[in-house]
Ligand binder design. Structure first.
Ligand code: HEM
Length: 537
């Protein structure tokens, strides 16, 4: 009867002509041979034994045996959706990136995630959330791989394995909530005090979002934009949810984790299924591209620092709408591969040492997670721009490359130009590299680990402060090691005496005196969630 248009469940069969996996009226082998029976193995006599010659049995079981791939080493649990990004054109003066020009609409795929838990963990745990968006632009793929917290734990990617080892379950019992895992997390952040800023965001209500739909997103690092006239500026990317920023209370989060561990995944899928499409505005904070890359005393290359919006307002540049759920979780949400190195003309990286290390890490991990170098050919990762590279062969190659000379220049495969003109090629900004000696060291501007933690604490409303102090008390209360609790109380004493006293009382320990003279910093009202609407109306 020819291929059926829809499956028995009424949903369209998967894929376009190139990727279609289910068509035709009969069940078949992977080789397309129609099957009469998929319920009984081929046996010598009705009571067996089973015969090795049963190709269908072996193919079915072998494929099943290999159904799983390694989960992501971090951000393993996630949910995603398709959508579109509509540019307002307001960034056209800042960047020549095609997808940010007036009137351009670009297809996107956004994946939200928790960081620490495994693929089957609960959604409403206290954690950072990933917010990664793939823009399938006409000039190639741009990935904005951010989080819902504007700062990061560490200042240099070389410490990423350390912080992840500290927070992941221990190798002996693999119990995520074991006391020992709390010990190592608090051991790390109290020894590496640059982590205190990210940690206070985690302990605040931001650590337990109400929904993916009500989270802000941040590119965290400073990026460099290049305009058509060659001028450059430094920017930080922000996602502002149209539905406002909302969190759960700790009690709600606990109940949800018990009664519906898929709370956020379900919320996103149902909202989209029912037409309540979540939306975010993309915005940029813009800073002059000065030689020192410091703005108002804040080192823009230090990913543990944010720039308060009072100092650099967020300017809206476009609207993200998620309006289509994935058809196949594995094919799309699991196999999508984001990479901070996926940049397009008009957007470049800076020398932030955390970003520099990420530029290596993502492709490297995906080579093993996705089984070889050809995962960009998977439909979810495939650029929507023409691809003409010299990458050949390798595991799972599906492209049928033509020609005999995958090198340039060559005289064999015709006169195909290999240099794009200056008006279309990716722009590497000829930025000056720092002077100095080659050494394993960091600038002095990375040494202030306290003033922005204090700024965040002072920006919270009394209710938010109470929740945050309760979170510190609860989480530290799960530590086994007295010395770890005491060292973290020491860190809190440097942030705020009142916060330290509250948590110390909750733990039944004395509150220490501060050891660092932290400058008094004004609160930043935009850091509080309460009444947080954007743009302010
Ligand atoms: C995954 C964000 C720092 C290594 C992710 C994901 C996000 C993210 C959102 C999930 C992507 C997805 O949904 O598939 C961030 C942010 C960082 C940061 C905002 C700091 C500002 C780092 C660093 C490293 C790193 C410093 C390593 C040096 C990884 C790896 C994955 C990952 C290996 C798994 C990727 C995969 O398997 O596809 N990160 N990350 N991240 N991140 Fe990061």
């Amino acid at each position: 009867d020819g291929p059926a248009a829809v499956s028995p469940t009424g949903r369209p069969w998967g894929g376009d002509a190139a990727t279609r996996a289910q068509e035709g009226a009969f069940l078949t082998t992977a080789g397309g041979v129609p099957l009469r029976d998929t319920d009984h193995s081929l046996k010598a006599g009705r009571r067996g034994p089973t015969l090795l010659q049963d190709h269908h049995l072996r193919e079915k079981i072998t494929h099943f045996d290999h159904e799983r791939i390694p989960e992501r080493v971090v951000h393993a649990r996630g949910a995603a959706a398709h959508g579109r990004f509509e540019s307002y054109g307001t960034a056209a003066q800042l960047t020549c990136a095609q997808f940010l020009q007036p009137g351009v609409t670009t297809p996107v795929f956004t994946r939200f995630s928790t960081v620490v838990g495994s693929r089957g963990s609960a959604d409403t745990v206290r954690d950072t959330r990933g917010f990664a968006t793939k823009f399938y632009t006409a000039e190639g793929t741009f990935d904005l791989v951010g989080n819902n917290i504007p700062v990061f734990f560490i200042q240099d990617a070389i410490k990423f394995p350390d912080v992840v080892h500290a927070v992941k379950p221990h190798p002996d019992v693999e119990i995520p909530q074991a006391q020992s895992a709390h010990d190592t997390f608090w051991d790390f952040v109290s020894l590496h005090t640059e982590a205190q800023h990210h940690t206070i965001w985690n302990m605040s209500d931001r650590g337990i979002p109400r929904s993916y739909r009500t989270m802000e997103g941040f590119g965290v690092h400073t990026f460099r934009l290049v305009a058509a006239d060659g001028s450059t500026s430094l920017v930080k990317f922000h996602w502002k949810p149209k539905a406002g920023v909302h969190s759960l209370t700790w009690e709600e989060a606990q109940l949800a984790a018990g009664t519906d561990p898929d709370f956020h995944r379900r919320d996103l899928a149902l909202a989209i299924e029912h037409g309540a499409y979540p939306q975010w505005e993309l915005g940029v904070q813009v800073f002059p591209d000065t030689e020192d890359q410091v703005f108002e005393g804040i080192d823009l290359l230090d990913p543990t620092k944010l720039v308060p919006e009072e100092l650099a307002p967020v300017q809206a540049v476009g609207l993200l709408t998620l309006d289509r759920n994935p058809r196949n979780y594995f094919a799309e949400t699991e196999q999508v591969a984001f990479h901070v190195g996926h940049l397009v003309r008009g957007i470049d990286v800076t020398d932030d040492p955390l970003l520099q290390g990420r530029l290596f890490s993502y492709l490297d991990t995906q080579l093993s997670r996705l089984g070889g170098p050809n995962f960009t050919q998977l439909p979810i990762n495939r650029p929507h721009a023409p691809v003409n590279d010299m990458l050949r062969d390798g595991m799972h190659q599906t492209a049928d490359h033509v020609g005999v000379a995958p090198y340039k220049p060559n005289t064999m495969d015709g006169g195909c130009p290999f240099h794009a003109g200056a008006d279309v090629a990716f722009l590497e900004v000829p930025a000056r590299v720092a002077e100095g000696v080659k050494e394993r060291a960091k600038p002095a501007s990375y040494d202030d680990h306290w003033s922005q933690v204090r700024m965040f604490w002072r920006s919270l409303t009394p209710v938010e402060q109470a929740h945050t102090a309760q979170a510190y008390t609860f989480e530290l209360g799960r530590c086994f090691e007295q010395a770890v609790k005491e060292r973290q109380l020491q860190a809190l004493a440097n942030v705020d005496a009142g916060l330290c006293a509250t948590v110390a009382a909750g733990l039944g320990l004395p509150a220490p005196a501060p050891t660092v003279a932290v400058p008094d910093v004004a609160p930043s009202p935009t850091l509080s969630q309460v009444g947080r609407r954007w743009p302010v109306d």
